[in-house]
Write a protein that binds this ligand. Structure first.
Ligand code: ACM
Length: 263
């Protein structure tokens, strides 16, 4: 069995050190194989311009304060932490996720489908959808609005993901329900780690919807957090359930696809 879960919290803008301290408190004594944190967990979400966000972003190689702290936490936890973070590169900023174990960064992912004003801050992700293996379990990452494009979860599933780790900062009311279909249509577990709270800039207010969740391969909710409040929740799963792609006896989720008809 494999213990997975999420951390729901409210990342504070401009406060990387406080966000790290909050995670250290929330993860104290937690043991898990895979734990998913929200999108942009180092920096918070709403910034007017890339120059405002850049001081709180860091490199994806694990050398910065946020991913270094996650490495220590992953070592204590005995597993892998997937977290969304603002990534700084030579080309510009990315809205990224990293899978971090006790030895450092295992894999990075740069958000493919940027949402709304994210397009003013970040470059479109260029990493593609990748799958890494931890303790024999295949895990893929996508970030928040990637859920709106079924190709994201489908690509991860076709590449072998048994579990989709999905850091999020959700503001629309649809994702928690839509992910039921993403899990079901791909027969994968999914962990959506969302944030809660409110952020504003002049003329703009965003309310984040909480409700982080773990779904099984049939779309059943194994865990769900409230719409507000800090929450760490864990559940044991059998990842091998995601290897069964047969539906209703005679159908197979992948072998019955007809890509020639989709062109
Ligand atoms: C989102 O992609 N953060 C809504």
């Amino acid at each position: 069995m494999f213990t997975v879960g999420f951390v729901q919290f409210c990342p504070l803008r401009y406060q990387v050190e406080q966000n790290i301290a909050k995670l250290q408190t929330l993860l104290h004594g937690v043991q898990a194989d895979l734990l998913v944190l929200p999108e942009l967990a180092n920096s918070g979400y709403l910034y007017a311009a890339p120059e405002d966000l850049a001081p709180y972003a860091e490199k994806g190689d694990g050398s910065g304060p946020f991913l270094s702290a996650l490495r220590m936490l992953a070592a204590q936890m005995g597993g892998v932490i997937v977290a969304g973070f603002a990534e700084k590169s030579e080309k510009g900023l990315y809205n990224s996720a990293a899978a971090v174990g006790g030895e450092g960064v295992i894999q990075g992912y740069r958000k493919t489908h940027l949402f709304a004003s994210e397009k003013d801050l970040f470059l479109p992700g260029d990493s593609g959808f990748q799958v890494f293996t931890h303790e024999g379990v295949r895990v893929g990452m996508m970030v928040c609005f990637d859920w709106f494009f079924p190709e994201s979860a489908r690509t991860l599933a076709l590449r072998g993901a048994q579990v989709i780790a999905h850091p999020a900062n959700l503001v629309l009311p649809y994702c928690q329900q839509a992910m039921v279909t993403r899990s079901l249509e791909n027969a994968v577990f999914s962990v959506t780690a969302n944030r809660y709270g409110v952020e504003d800039l002049p003329g703009k207010t965003l309310c984040f919807t909480g409700g982080s969740q773990l779904l099984d391969t049939k779309g059943n909710r194994l865990l769900q957090a409230p719409t507000e409040g800090d929450c760490v929740a864990l559940h044991e799963i059998d990842p091998a359930a995601a290897d069964d792609k047969v539906v209703a006896g005679r159908n197979h989720l992948f072998r019955d696809r007809r890509p020639a008809m989709y062109e």
